[in-house]
Design a protein around this ligand. Structure first.
Ligand code: ZN
Ligand code: ZN
Length: 274
């Protein structure tokens, strides 16, 4: 990751976060390269019904999860986070124990995905809070599942038109966006914080609560104009964006989300939450 190494040279105060990101990205790329591209059967009628109801397209059974590989990925993710002090010892121990427990892990991951994706009409509505997983487990599962879900997003992007999706959450896995890009034509595309799928979303609407009163959207940018925060004065959430109108290269979420850590601090200082 040449760009991350360049960033570390330019912003040494971010070195620890960058080093952790390099390790996570390396590991996820290795895993993703050995996960087969899944064949996801999407019935056009079902797809239409899901999209109308704001439900994503990937069911748990569609994810090409090879459990021994997932266990390893979970363990390595927890190791990296713990080594960089992003995961407390007690949480680390609990997650490693869950990964070792052959009987508990599979149903726990399946239930977590069902609750956080909202893919199934029978279960209650999509909600991160519906999962009884702790924030620490959430964080590790999101990262460990990413290489597997990213292959689903790739497979669907080739075969399914996501252009009609108008919701603030991910059309592939139902998770929230955690980064955005403003395209040269001034449209905004959101990136899923779990599977990294991308979709278009109005640039002056809050993806978290759908507030579209522009008087209640606060926006501020870095001095060079490369990055921008869009914060909602209704739900107090914010999202960062890479402004490709002023850029020399395309957006790189793994790099740009780290380069903008100072913007997170600025947003939180103003009372917004990520
Ligand atoms: Zn997603
Ligand atoms: Zn909002």
């Amino acid at each position: 990751m040449i760009e991350l190494k360049q960033l570390r040279a330019a912003q040494p105060e971010l070195a620890s976060a960058i080093d952790m990101q390099i390790e996570l990205v390396d590991m996820q790329r290795r895993v993703q390269s050995r996960v087969p591209l899944p064949w996801i059967q999407v019935d056009p009628e079902w797809q239409k019904a899901q999209q109308t109801a704001g439900r994503p397209l990937v069911r748990f059974k569609d994810i090409p999860l090879e459990w021994s590989d997932f266990r390893l990925t979970l363990r390595q993710t927890a190791d990296i986070l713990h080594r960089f002090d992003a995961l407390e010892r007690a949480d680390y121990d609990r997650i490693v124990a869950l990964g070792r427990d052959g009987n508990a892990l599979e149903p726990a991951v399946a239930a977590w995905y069902e609750a956080t994706s909202g893919v199934d009409a029978a279960t209650s509505s999509r909600s991160r809070a519906a999962s009884d997983a702790t924030a620490a487990l959430d964080q590790v599962l999101v990262l460990a599942l990413r290489p597997f879900l990213a292959r689903c997003a790739e497979a669907l992007a080739q075969r399914v038109d996501l252009g009609g999706w108008s919701h603030g959450h991910c059309p592939v896995c139902g998770w929230e966006p955690d980064f955005a890009v403003i395209t040269p034509s001034a449209d905004r595309r959101l990136f899923c914080g779990r599977c990294v799928a991308q979709w278009s979303f109005p640039s002056l609407t809050c993806p978290f609560c759908a507030n579209d009163d522009r008087a209640l959207i606060t926006s501020f940018a870095t001095r060079d104009g490369r990055y921008r925060v869009s914060a909602c004065d209704v739900c107090r959430r914010y999202i960062k964006a890479y402004d490709a109108r002023r850029a020399q290269r395309p957006v790189m979420v793994a790099v740009d989300s780290i380069a903008t850590l100072p913007l997170d601090a600025a947003a939180m200082q103003r009372g917004y939450v990520g």
